[in-house]
Ligand binder design. Structure first.
Ligand code: UDP
Ligand code: MG
Length: 339
């Protein structure tokens, strides 16, 4: 795009999920506000059911600065749901998402806005280095991205987190995806548009510790893979075909061995075969179960999150999200009319 058509954001929304971050939330708000001083902006902080002093600190920040909006969820709904809540409530024409633990530097956002001005619709930040992360986290993250890119149809940049900036059009496309198990960084790639990467140095967490337990991480990875790939389901077919093929070949072999009288009867081989096949069948059932469980979650159509309270909600028509959206992804929006 040429310089004459450079666009500037009318209102920038910066969305951050916050869960038990009392040690650093004030510092985060300070740094984010300073980094965005040149822009008209709103900071949308989603309190994901924190049980420490975070809610009071957030309310105090909102009382002191009308640009700081706070959305209190009714309990802990998890990172991706909290992020979705923030994105649904954001009213800006450009929306950025960031972690509140200062691992993602808010100072990078002006650079991301510059890319947007030049015509990019989605600007995602790729971590050059990741400081202060355990070797285990780095290794599992790298395996995950490799596996995900093998299985899924979207090309996810390894080491890209949720730190990204979206144009309103891309955000609306993203919010039209109403699935319950949300892998937002994959979904923002899936929507397409003009995507650009920008690299940065990922800092260590400033205080507190990761809110992602090993269990949460595993669930998150399974969600990601199951919502972007059917390959695990199809795998059962291939393994089944293979073992059935082996059995069919084994039949004539056994007959021949009987005839030439060199057949060795053995219980152990039978036992191993039964265990192997039984194991494969159970694994296949488990894989189907992972998908059926997710289908069940989708069919129930529960809201993704529930808002308990809100601070500094923008007033005026077109500014507040539809009432249905406030209780999570609107079910009514996507339901067929009754009667
Ligand atoms: N977070 C959240 N709900 C959760 C877990 C995390 O809102 O259930 C927030 C957390 O406060 C932080 C961001 O999501 O702002 C990323 O979490 P964290 O830093 O613990 O993840 P990591 O960087 O270790 O992957
Ligand atoms: Mg973190």
């Amino acid at each position: 795009m040429s310089d004459t058509t450079l666009r500037t954001p009318t209102l920038l929304s910066l969305v951050a999920p916050v869960y038990d971050e009392e040690e650093l939330i004030e510092q985060f708000i300070g740094r984010a506000t300073a980094a965005l001083a040149d822009y008209e902006f709103e900071l949308v902080l989603v309190n994901d059911g924190s049980s420490d002093r975070t809610p009071e600190l957030l309310d105090a920040a909102a009382a002191g600065d009308p640009r700081v909006r706070v959305i209190h969820l009714s309990r802990n709904f998890g990172h991706q749901a909290a992020l979705t809540a923030g994105l649904e409530h954001a009213v800006g024409d450009v929306v950025a998402m960031i972690d509140a633990d200062l691992q993602d530097p808010p100072e990078l956002i002006p650079d991301m806005i510059a890319r947007w001005s030049q015509g990019a619709d989605v600007v995602y930040a790729v971590r050059k280095e990741r400081e202060g992360e355990t070797a285990f986290k780095l290794a599992t993250a790298s395996w995950f991205y490799k596996l995900f890119n093998k299985l899924a149809q979207v090309d996810l940049e390894p080491n890209s987190g949720d730190f990204r900036l979206l144009d309103r059009r891309a955000l609306d496309a993203l919010l039209a995806m109403t699935e319950r198990s949300r892998f937002l960084r994959g979904m923002t790639v899936w929507v397409g548009f003009n995507q650009t990467a920008i690299s940065y140095q990922r800092d260590a967490r400033h205080a507190g510790e990761t809110k992602y337990t090993l269990r949460k991480m595993l669930r998150f990875s399974l969600d990601a893979i199951a919502s972007f790939s059917h390959l695990p389901l199809q795998l059962a077919t291939y393994v089944g075909l293979l073992s059935a093929g082996v059995a069919f070949i084994a039949i004539p072999v056994v007959i021949v061995l009987r005839i030439v009288d060199s057949y060795l009867p053995g219980f152990s081989s039978i036992t191993i075969a039964i265990l192997l096949l039984g194991g494969i069948q159970l694994i296949a059932l488990g894989v189907i179960g992972e998908y059926v469980g997710r289908i069940y979650d989708e069919v129930k159509h529960r809201p993704l999150y529930i808002v308990r309270d809100e601070r500094n909600r923008p007033t005026g028509a077109g500014h507040s999200p539809a009432p249905a959206a406030r209780a999570g992804l609107s079910a009514a929006r996507h339901r067929e009319p009754i009667g």
